[in-house]
Design a protein around this ligand. Structure first.
Ligand code: ZN
Length: 322
C-alpha cells in the first residue's frame, strides 16, 4: 500500500476513485493546464511526497509524468480512460506557446489499467482512443514519401509491424464501439505495440505524420482544444486522400471504420470552422518546415492540385460533406 503519495487527477476520475481509496493522498493536484509556466509553478508550490500517482486522461498522466521527472520521485500511472497514449509514452508532452513540446522522459514504476473504471468514462472518449494507433495509417504513407523523396531512413520490418497494428485494430471495430473487454484489450494492445515500436525505432516516425502536424497547426492557429481522436480521425481522411498513390490505406476503408466505431470526425461536430481548417491547410507546409517536423506529405513543395479532389477546394468540399 502506498503510504505517502500525491495524486494528479481531474474532478471526474477523482469522483470514481475516491470511494475506493483506503489511504488518502497527502495532496491532490487537479490540473487542466499543460502550459509549461503553469507546470513549473506547480512544481515549485507543491510539496513532494514519496510517490506520485497519475490517474485520469492524457492531461493528468502528462502532468504526473512531468512532476515525477522534476521531483525525481517514482511514478505510478493509471489511465481512467483510453483516449490517448500519454499513459504509455515515456516522453513528457507539455505546451510551450500552445505548441506541443517533449521536455523529458520518465519510466513509470507501474502502469495499472482498471477496466471497470475505464468503462465508466464516456464511450465516445474511449473510442477516440484509436487516435494514436490509427494515425499509423497516414504516418506510413508519409514514411514512403520521406523515403522516396527525401531519402529518409526506412525499415520494412518496422513498417510492416506498424501496419499490422492497424489491421488488427480495425478487425475489432464492433468491440471498440461498445467498449467491452475485448474492445479495451484491442485499444490497449494497439497502444502498447505502437509505443514499443516507436521507442525501439527512436522517434514517432511509425505513428506520427501529416495527420498530427495538421492538428498541431490548427491548434496553433485557433488555440482550440479538440478531442484528439476526432481531430486525428478527420485529418487521417484528408491526408490519405492527399497522399494519393503513396497512401498505404484506403480513405473509404478508414471512413467506414470510423463510422462503425462512432468516431465523430466531422469538423462541425468538433467546433472547427471551414475557414480555420482552410487556414491550417494553407499554412501546414510552412508550419512543418518551421517546427522541423518529420519529412512527409507536407514537406513536399506541392501538395494540392489546381482542380479536382486533391485541390484545396476539393478537400474542403470533402470534409464538409461529412
Ligand atoms: Zn497523438
Amino acid at each position: 500500500m502506498l503510504d505517502d503519495y500525491i495524486l494528479v487527477t481531474m474532478e471526474e476520475p477523482w469522483a470514481l476513485l475516491k470511494p475506493k481509496l483506503k489511504n488518502q493522498p497527502r495532496d491532490i493536484i487537479f490540473n487542466r493546464d499543460m502550459q509549461v509556466e503553469h507546470l513549473e509553478s506547480l512544481e515549485k508550490e507543491r510539496k513532494k511526497a514519496k510517490w506520485l500517482v497519475g490517474f485520469g486522461g492524457g492531461t493528468s498522466c502528462d502532468t504526473a509524468k512531468y512532476l515525477s521527472w522534476k521531483w525525481n520521485i517514482p511514478l505510478i500511472i493509471a489511465p481512467s480512460i483510453i483516449s490517448v497514449d500519454a499513459w504509455l509514452c515515456t516522453s513528457i508532452a507539455v505546451r510551450v506557446d500552445h505548441k506541443v513540446r517533449y521536455v523529458g522522459d520518465v519510466q513509470p514504476s507501474r502502469i495499472l489499467v482498471d477496466y471497470s473504471i475505464v468503462k465508466q468514462a464516456p464511450k465516445a472518449l474511449n473510442r477516440a482512443g484509436v487516435s494514436d494507433t490509427i494515425s499509423i495509417t497516414t504516418a506510413l504513407g508519409d514514411w514512403l514519401i520521406a523515403r522516396d523523396t527525401f531519402h529518409d531512413k526506412f525499415d520494412q520490418k518496422v513498417f510492416d509491424e506498424a501496419k499490422k497494428i492497424v489491421e488488427d485494430l480495425m478487425k475489432q471495430a464492433k468491440n471498440i464501439k461498445v467498449v467491452n473487454n475485448k474492445g479495451i484489450d484491442a485499444l490497449v494492445k494497439g497502444y502498447v505495440d505502437e509505443v514499443r515500436i516507436c521507442e525501439a525505432w527512436g522517434n514517432a516516425r511509425p505513428e506520427e505524420g501529416g495527420e498530427h502536424f495538421l492538428a498541431y497547426c490548427l491548434e496553433d492557429i485557433t488555440h482550440g482544444h479538440y478531442l484528439h481522436g476526432n481531430l486525428i480521425g478527420l485529418n487521417v481522411l484528408v491526408v490519405l486522400k492527399l497522399q494519393r498513390e503513396k497512401a498505404v490505406f484506403k480513405v473509404e476503408a478508414l471512413k467506414k471504420f470510423f463510422d462503425e466505431i462512432g468516431i465523430e470526425y466531422a469538423p462541425g461536430k468538433n467546433g472547427i470552422e471551414r475557414e480555420q481548417y482552410k487556414q491550417a491547410l494553407e499554412s501546414v507546409q510552412a508550419y512543418v518546415k518551421r517546427e522541423k517536423l518529420l519529412n512527409g506529405l507536407f514537406s513536399l513543395d506541392r501538395v494540392f492540385d489546381e482542380m479536382g479532389d486533391c485541390s484545396m477546394r476539393g478537400i474542403l468540399e470533402f470534409i464538409n460533406s461529412f
